[in-house]
Design a protein around this ligand. Sequence first.
Ligand SMILES: CC(C)(COP(=O)(O)OP(=O)(O)OC[C@H]1O[C@@H](n2cnc3c(N)ncnc32)[C@H](O)[C@@H]1OP(=O)(O)O)[C@@H](O)C(=O)NCCC(=O)NCCS
Length: 132
Amino acid sequence: MNFYTRKWIKPEDLNPNGSLFGGTLLRWIDEEAVIYAIVQLGNPHVVTKYISEINFVSSAKQGDIIEMGIEAVNFGRTSLTLRCEVRNKITRKTILSIEKLVFVNLDTDGNPTPHNKTEITYAYMGIEKTNK
Ligand SMILES: CC(C)(COP(=O)(O)OP(=O)(O)OC[C@H]1O[C@@H](n2cnc3c(N)ncnc32)[C@H](O)[C@@H]1OP(=O)(O)O)[C@@H](O)C(=O)NCCC(=O)NCCS
């Protein structure tokens, strides 16, 4: 799993308990995951279809640095399923895990359309490399 994005927990990210607000974390994850899906599928018309159980394993507090990890677990016909883990950057303690986030590849009319991808692609400066 690659951990791409880091966040520094600020006062505006907290709930009344003084720890990281779950809704804020989910917004960050949804954005992180859909960007991953858009890059993998090469299509900006991708939407979140399904998110499985969300396990808030431990909390984060103001000043913590967290990092979000995404991994592709299945390429379907029109869908891409990802797994997500968020952890404390310093202690590596897991903050949250989600086993399945399903994204659907759409055509310009908003209908599911095959993405014809079967494996992770690493695109650098317009040159596509696969992990074969
Ligand atoms: C995305 C959307 C177009 C899909 O429509 P649909 O009628 O479910 O489409 P399909 O039945 O053809 O399924 C599309 C893919 O999603 C998968 N899928 C559908 N329902 C699923 C579910 N509950 N769990 C996991 N995967 C699911 C299907 O298996 C299929 O994948 P595949 O082609 O790789 O096999 C439609 O549900 C939609 O517009 N949803 C709202 C999306 C949105 O606005 N997201 C933002 C969240 S606020």
